[in-house]
Design a protein around this ligand. Structure first.
Ligand SMILES: Nc1nc2c(c(=O)[nH]1)N[C@H]1C(S)=C(S)[C@@H](COP(=O)(O)O)O[C@H]1N2
Ligand SMILES: [Mo]
Length: 170
């Protein structure tokens, strides 16, 4: 009798690998991004919800100087959908509003609204969902902020889970 081509051990290992991969992609597809605070419509977004938005991409260099193409949607579009004060409404006291963006690992970064608004800047801050044509990996996605004009990528927050809009007023 000839030796079986695949040992039962390698079959078990392959099965476990497949299981691990499916779980991680499941985690990517079910992770939600919540937009709360000073919004008219709080949002709970899944990766699939972003498909209906216009897709934008940026070529940027990472901290090692390696170029990557990130694609996703303009953060401002999501904020507009949530009813944040943007454009002509971004004046007066609203200029004291900021976004506190939090990640799955507890990392947090802050942006002012004016930093994101196209009436104030040509920079298009991205809520990225893919890198070099692939969906963002576990530990990076499903959502990551990309700010092309920042000289260092410390605010390119990975695994974004929530964006809270608030007033920085006394
Ligand atoms: N969630 C999360 N995002 C993060 C960080 C972090 O610790 N947690 N570190 C930041 C810093 S300091 C840098 S330099 C970049 C590094 O990005 P890279 O992992 O793609 O090289 O991620 C940024 N985004
Ligand atoms: Mo960093």
């Amino acid at each position: 009798m000839s030796k079986p081509k695949f040992s039962s051990r390698s079959i078990v290992v392959s099965f476990l690998l497949l299981l691990a991969v499916s779980f991680s992609s499941l985690a990517q597809n079910t992770a939600t991004l919540s937009i709360t605070g000073e919004v008219t419509t709080p949002l709970d977004l899944k990766l699939t919800d972003l498909a209906s938005f216009k897709q934008v991409s940026h070529k940027v260099k990472d901290r090692d100087g390696k170029e990557h193409e990130f694609a996703g949607v303009a953060l401002i579009e999501i904020l507009e959908k949530a009813g944040v004060t943007t454009g002509s409404k971004l004046r007066g006291e609203n200029l004291a509003k900021y976004l506190l963006i939090s990640a799955a690992d507890g990392y947090e970064v802050l942006y002012s609204l004016a930093e994101i608004d196209p009436d104030f800047t040509d920079q298009v801050i991205l809520l990225a969902t893919s890198k070099d044509g692939q969906p963002l990996a576990n530990g990076e996605g499903p959502f990551r902020i990309i700010t092309p004009n920042d000289k260092k990528p410390a605010r390119w927050i990975r695994e974004v889970r929530s964006i809270k809009v608030a007033f920085a007023k006394n």
